[in-house]
Every structure is written in structure tokens, then in C-alpha cells.
Design a protein around this ligand. Structure first.
Ligand code: FPP
Ligand code: MG
Length: 425
């Protein structure tokens, strides 16, 4: 089944030959510009294909073909395979190995590092699911049940067991992701995450930060054991990008605060880089040629951007209960995400509020009202759909699948693109 084609036809109205998105803005102070733009503008080229094409050059903000897209999504949801079910057993293997690999002789550290890996609080496990599906999508080998055993041996002792090495990428990615959340909750002074009390509120800021550091250390050890320099670079780049994204968010200049380009750039660093680079690592470990590993990177980038856009949408439309964290979190934190930036085009009175980070009494409520009274939410949904479509197109561009299982996993990757859009938590 070529799911992408039907999504393409539904979404076709989204596309425009004109580049409708706003172009980047200039930052205020030159020093700040240098600080923010300097190092980031000279990344190792081979790890940032299409970096300047991150945005949505072909996204037409004016077109909002919601009904068609949503119908197609509903169709995909009922016809496409359940991506999580395809890799269910292997996902359990990855989760179990993760639980074991964050144990240490220091009891408090073990408790802290294991906090978000406990059974039932592992989160959506979107990233490992995507990575296992990507591994099978590009493989001519159907994974054997031997790969479902939780082994303790380093991956380099199984040089031919490519699948084990790819599973390690799924584990490393989860460790880096959770490390960044532990740090993020300290920075944001958050109370809750995944329906649990945030670790910083349970064991304090210092332990939460150190637990994050510990997870990064364990991720690095596993990464080094893969003995693949390019893959080590890719996953190290993810850590740099996460930190850069967080700092970008903290130090945004006034022009950048109202810039959609800046928002997309920050979103790439904070969310999409991890998905893009880990997908590419899977392709490289699978022995894929450069063109295919670039396609894998593109899939992860687009899925990551779509995922975060929907996250920003849910911050307005979701409830604290469904999200496992407070709703309207972003406005309360002074952040103008895509719905607000789009809404500001219709309601210019949002601009001064964005610039003062919704700090005056009543700002959050008024901004919320203006967003609901605009096309901000619809445009954000369409923008997310645009990136989901780009991700689906990548799957169609893969070389022909060599097994039925590979084809099924591709359909699983397609299904993820629609689930990311229709998710409510
Ligand atoms: C969630 O953002 C946070 C991230 C996606 C990344 C945060 C990155 C750091 C804190 C840098 C340190 C990185 C490492 C690897 C230790 P959010 O606050 O917008 O979303 P939320 O609502 O889920 O908290
Ligand atoms: Mg946060």
C-alpha cells in the first residue's frame, strides 16, 4: 500500500509554488548575533544536509484544507498497520535493556536514572518504535527471535548482528531524550511529567541534573561500544543541538521572538535533530548508502517538526490530565509557539505581548483567547500536516522494499506520520 499517495492528494492544496513563509529576521545586537549564529552556522556539513531548507519553503500558510487531510488521516488510521504492534516484542527488549543499563551501585542514582524507565511510565516510545521500524524498512533480513533476547554483551562482540547495534541506537536515543527532559524540568521548574511528579520535585534539582548527566554518560559508553565514528558524531551532534536549542530559547532577541523561522530553527534543535540523526544512524549501521541515510535523516527531521508542532497545538487544546503536564504551559513560560505566531498575523496586538513574554496580568488569558479567535491553530495543524506529508514522501522515495516485512514496516512508518498528527497526548 502506498499510503503516502492518498495523503499527498489530500494535502496537495497545502502546497504552493510561492514561498509563503516569512524569511528570517535579524537579531538585535551584533554580539548576540555572533553568539547565537556564529558556531551554529558552521556545523560539520556532512551532518546537516538541507539545514537551510528546514523551513517550510513550500508551505502555503493561506491554504487550510483541513477536511481533506483529516479524512485521509482517518482513512490511514483504519487501514494502516499499528506501528507499535509491529515492533511490540522488540520494543519490550529495548525497554528491558534500558532498565538494566541505567542501574548502578549508587542506590539514589539508580533510582533517579530509572525514574522514567519504570514499567508504565516509559512514555509513548515513539522514538524507539520509529527506529526499529526504520531498521526493518531498510533491511532484507526479517529480524529473528534471537534478537528479542536481552543480552548483556557489548555490541562490538557481535559484529554481524547489525540488528543488535541498531537496537542500541534506540536505547541511546531514549537515554539522551530522558536526560534532556530531566534537565529541562529543572530549567522550567516543572512539577509534573508523564503524569508523574517531575524528578526535581521528588529528589531535588541537584540529583535530577546529575541523573541526567549519568544517563548521558551511559549513553556515551554504549555509543562508543558501537565503534562507528560517524554514528558517534551523529549522536553527539544531537546532544549539542539539544543544548543549543535550549540556549536559543532562553536568549531569543526581540526580532526572533516573533519570527516563525527562528521558531522552526529552535524546534529543529530541540526536537527534530534527535529524530533525524538517530534515523540516519540506523541507516548507516544497516550498511545503507549515503543517499538512503540522507532520506532516513529527512524522515526523522520532518516527523520531529510535525511532532513538535502538534505538541504546541495540544498545549492549547489538551488538558492537564491528557497531557501528563499542565496545559497552557508555553504561554505561562513566556513562550510564543507556532499557534501564537500565526495568530499574531491576524491580531497584531499579540506582538507586544509576545515581546514581553506574556508577563503582564491577563496576558496569558488574552493571548489564549486571540489564538482561539484566529486561524492560528488551523495553520499550525496544516503546517504539521505539511511536514508529516514530507516524511511520508521520504518513505515512498526509499529503494524498493526487499521483503514483505520491510514493506509492512514502511507502512508502519507511514502510519506514524498520521498518528503524530491525530494524537491527543
Ligand atoms: C522539552 O522542552 C525539552 C527538550 C526537548 C530538550 C531540552 C534540552 C536541554 C534542557 C538541554 C540539555 C540536554 C541534554 C541532552 C542533557 P519543553 O520545555 O518545550 O517541553 P515540555 O513541555 O515537555 O517540558
Ligand atoms: Mg519544559
Amino acid at each position: 500500500m502506498r499510503c503516502s499517495r492518498s495523503l499527498v492528494s489530500a494535502i496537495v492544496a497545502l502546497r504552493s509554488t510561492s514561498s509563503a513563509c516569512r524569511t528570517g529576521s535579524t537579531s538585535g545586537s551584533q554580539a548576540l548575533q555572533l553568539l547565537l549564529e556564529g558556531p551554529l552556522s558552521q556545523p560539520p556539513a556532512q551532518h546537516r544536509p538541507h539545514f537551510h531548507e528546514l523551513h517550510s519553503r513550500h508551505f502555503n500558510q493561506g491554504a487550510l484544507p483541513q477536511a481533506g487531510i483529516l479524512q485521509t488521516l482517518a482513512h490511514l488510521r483504519t487501514t494502516a498497520p499499528d506501528p507499535f504492534a509491529i515492533v511490540k516484542d522488540e520494543l519490550e527488549t529495548v525497554s528491558e535493556r534500558l532498565r538494566r543499563s541505567v542501574l548502578t551501585e549508587v542506590p539514589v542514582l539508580s533510582r533517579a536514572a530509572s525514574y522514567f524507565f519504570q514499567l508504565g511510565v516509559e512514555g509513548k516510545r515513539l522514538r524507539p518504535t520509529m527506529l526499529l521500524l526504520m531498521a526493518s524498512s531498510l533491511s532484507s533480513v526479517v529480524p529473528s527471535t534471537a534478537f528479542l533476547a536481552v543480552d548483556e554483551s557489548p555490541p562490538d562482540q557481535h559484529p554481524k548482528e547489525c540488528r543488535r547495534r541498531q537496537q542500541r541506537i534506540a536505547e541511546i536515543t531514549e537515554m539522551i531524550h530522558v536526560a534532556s527532559l530531566l534537565h529541562d524540568d529543572v530549567i522550567d521548574n516543572s512539577d509534573s511529567r508523564r503524569g508523574l511528579a517531575a524528578l526535581n520535585t521528588v529528589l531535588g534539582n541537584k540529583t535530577a541534573i546529575l541523573a541526567g548527566d549519568f544517563l548521558l554518560a551511559r549513553a556515551s559508553i554504549t555509543l562508543a561500544s558501537l565503534r562507528n565514528v560517524e554514528v558517534i558524531q551523529l549522536l553527539s551532534q544531537v546532544i549539542e543541538d539539544l543544548v543549543s536549542g535550549e540556549i536559543l530559547q532562553m536568549t531569543t532577541s526581540p526580532d526572533q521572538l516573533v519570527s516563525l523561522d527562528h521558531y522552526v530553527r529552535k524546534t529543529f534543535f530541540k526536537t527534530a535533530s534527535l529524530m533525524a540523526n538517530s534515523c540516519k544512524a540506523i541507516a548507516i549501521l544497516g550498511g545503507q548508502p549515503v543517499e538512503v541515510s540522507k532520506l532516513a535523516w529527512d524522515y526523522g527531521r520532518n516527523l520531529g517538526l510535525a511532532f513538535q508542532l502538534v505538541d504546541d497545538l495540544l498545549d492549547f487544546t489538551g488538558s492537564t490530565k491528557s497531557l501528563g503536564k499542565p496545559a497552557l504551559n508555553d504561554l505561562e513560560a513566556g513562550l510564543a509557539t507556532a499557534p501564537v505566531l500565526f495568530a499574531a498575523e491576524e491580531h497584531p496586538q499579540l506582538r507586544p505581548m509576545i515581546l514581553r513574554k506574556f508577563a503582564e496580568p491577563g496576558d496569558v488569558q488574552l493571548a489564549q483567547q486571540l489564538v482561539f479567535d484566529s486561524q492560528g491553530l488551523d495553520k499550525t495543524r496544516s503546517f504539521a500536516a505539511h511536514h508529516a506529508q514530507q516524511a511520508a514522501d521520504v518513505i515512498d522515495a526509499f529503494p524498493p522494499a526487499s521483503t514483505e516485512h520491510a514493506q509492512k514496516c514502511r507502512e508502519g512508518l507511514m502510519a506514524i506520520t498520521s498518528r503524530v498528527l491525530s494524537r491527543t497526548k
